[in-house]
Design a protein around this ligand. Structure first.
Ligand code: SF4
Length: 201
């Protein structure tokens, strides 16, 4: 049976899709098949909202700190399912909802998706990776090409209008102190928080 939900620390993660418009040089999918309590995060089919909601019934949804849409792919590739499942979870269990994303969801969906998160999503966590646009494109290798970096930052800024907490992240030890300071400045400019996270391996 495929893994739709899995636990990481005190949170419950949702694995909606294996699709992603990026091919990051550091993508964990290249070296591992699972995370947290999951078996394999490779899906044999993308779950419908009904399947995700049925999977919630197998868990005590009141015991987790957050419901995190993340998994082995970009969650906004499955936007309608994400929105329906997130709205259901929030209404039924009052659980805070976070999306971990590469920030390219508006390009993926061909429209500004940030307004759709209002009242449903509590936190959007976006991988900034680097303050340097050229380096970003080399690292993330997005299929949308050159417009991706500015689109990711615009998405983050848009999200600040609709989502209580918007966080841009980089991974510890991958940047110089000067680069981290530049990331903090970028976050300050668009009204997002900056978080340096541990490498997940
Ligand atoms: S955005 Fe995430 S899932 Fe997609 S290639 Fe990069 S690290 Fe992998």
């Amino acid at each position: 049976m495929q893994t739709i939900l899995y636990e990481v620390h005190n949170n419950l993660y949702v694995n909606l899709t294996n699709r992603c418009p990026c091919a990051c040089t550091f993508c964990l999918r290249q070296t591992m098949d699972r995370m947290g309590s999951s078996d394999s995060l490779w899906l044999d089919h993308e779950p419908s909202a009904e399947e995700v909601i049925a999977a919630f019934a197998e868990y005590d949804m009141t015991k987790y700190g957050e419901l995190v849409f993340c998994g082995f792919g970009e969650p906004t590739e499955a936007l309608p399912v994400l929105l329906e499942a997130a709205a259901y979870a929030k209404k039924s269990f009052g659980i805070p909802v976070r999306i971990n994303t590469n920030g390219l969801g508006s390009l993926v969906n061909g429209k500004d998706i940030a307004p759709l998160f209002e009242g449903i999503v509590d936190t959007v966590s976006i991988s900034l990776n680097t303050p340097d646009e050229k380096k970003y494109l080399e690292l993330v290798r997005p299929k949308f090409g050159a417009e991706s970096y500015s689109a990711m930052l615009s998405f983050a800024e848009e999200c600040t209008k609709y989502v209580p907490k918007v966080v841009l992240t980089t991974v510890e030890t991958t940047l110089s102190k000067e680069e981290e300071a530049e990331c903090a400045r970028i976050c300050g400019r668009i009204g997002a928080s900056y978080r340096i996270r541990a490498f997940e391996s």
